[in-house]
Design a binder for this molecule. Structure first.
Ligand code: IPM
Ligand code: MG
Length: 364
């Protein structure tokens, strides 16, 4: 029996292309693993009314972790139209399967390293090396939304209470959820010799919810006197990140702010072709590139597989295969530095699989 069982979830669009690339690298490094394919994505929503079927969760239960490609998510109006006619009107409602996995498996850490590899022509500045810790289970992602507002939010007109014409999304922040993500960020900082943790919020407006988040952040920070701590409003943070990216090290924030700030950080180190991500809980984790399924490039083997290969590297580190992880990191850095094999986003004309093969060649 193989040492590891890994759920293999290419998903939609270019998810397939980049996962094929990751597999070339994992095979080259001879990871002793069995890869178990699992269904996820848009076509399962259309056919079955569920983009994350129960059988997929069952596969995940029997594995150590998962590597995931990308999924197509569409707004409510389109989702309802693309559902199989026989399923319509039966109460099916689309929910992003990646968000569902994070919540169902309590993968509360979304870890997003953003590193400017030397020689990457897309680097915003050389030397950027940031890590974003995004809370992954609560905040604006709890899925509590109202098409119409409940009675408490009715407007009062004269003697009458009248419905407001509005939809409503709720943001939930708990002390426990905040504490565990901030603690994860500080532990990471300590273990990786990082100097500073910055908590990002919008406490001047979201007084209650970010009050809870920042109280937890300050409490945890006091337990780590060896790591510097500061905080910033999310809008100012975006500005300062662009102005002085070198001033930041580990960023910790709530779910939606982390979604936004991590895209900004990814863009500073080459864009979505380099954005890798780990959704990590206490005993299970799902690794993925942060990019989407880019339907127009699907199957063309044109897109940059670096993000997925770097996600596979994160997976190896999480599994405890530190040496193999370091080898992949070295091979990726060398291929970027050499600059001979590049996908179109980097100005080259190599295919997705050629990039993977160039990395694999350095591992043998
Ligand atoms: C991400 C993505 C997801 C998110 C989408 C696909 C639901 O943008 O992983 O950052 O919003 O979390
Ligand atoms: Mg995102």
């Amino acid at each position: 029996m193989a040492k590891y069982r890994i759920a293999w979830m290419p998903g939609d669009g270019i998810g397939v292309d980049v996962m094929d690339a990751a597999r070339i690298v994992l095979d080259a490094i001879a990871l002793d693993a069995e890869y178990i394919p699992a269904d996820i994505g848009w076509k399962f929503w259309c056919r079955e009314g569920n983009p994350l079927p129960q059988r997929t969760l069952d596969v995940m239960k029997g594995t150590d972790c998962a590597l995931f490609g990308a999924i197509t998510s569409k707004g409510k109006d389109v989702a309802d139209k693309e559902l199989a006619p026989e399923l319509r009107g039966k109460g099916y409602s689309y929910r992003s399967p990646i968000v569902a996995m994070r919540q169902l498996l309590d993968l509360y850490i979304c870890l997003r390293p953003c590193k400017a590899y030397a020689g990457n022509p897309l680097n915003y500045r050389d030397g950027i090396d940031l890590v974003v810790f995004r809370e992954n289970t609560e905040g604006m992602y709890i899925g509590v939304e109202f098409e119409r507002v409940p009675e408490q939010f009715y407007a009062v007109k004269g003697m009458e209470k009248v419905p407001r014409d509005a939809a409503l999304s709720l943001r939930a922040i708990t002390p426990g959820g905040s504490e565990r993500i901030v603690r994860a960020a500080f532990e990471y900082a300590r273990q990786h010799g990082r100097k500073k943790v910055t908590a990002v919020h919008k406490g001047n407006v979201l007084r209650q919810t970010d009050g809870v988040f920042m109280a937890a952040a300050r409490k945890v920070a006091a337990e780590y006197p060896d790591v510097a701590f500061d905080d910033a409003n999310v809008d100012a943070m975006c500005m300062w990140l662009l102005k002085n990216p070198m001033n930041y090290d580990v960023i910790v924030t709530t779910n939606l702010f982390g979604d936004i700030v991590s895209d900004l950080c990814a863009q500073m180190v080459g864009g979505m072709g380099f954005g890798c991500s780990g959704n990590i809980g206490t005993s299970y984790a799902v690794f993925e590139p942060t990019h989407g399924s880019a339907p127009k490039y699907a199957g063309l083997y044109k897109v940059n597989p670096m993000a997925t290969i770097l996600a596979a590297r994160m997976m190896l580190e999480w599994l405890g295969e530190k040496e193999k992880a370091a080898q992949i990191e070295g091979a990726v850095a060398a291929v970027i530095a050499e600059g001979k094999v590049r996908t179109y986003d980097l100005g080259g004309d190599n295919t997705t699989l050629e990039v993977a093969e160039a990395i694999a060649a350095r591992l043998q």
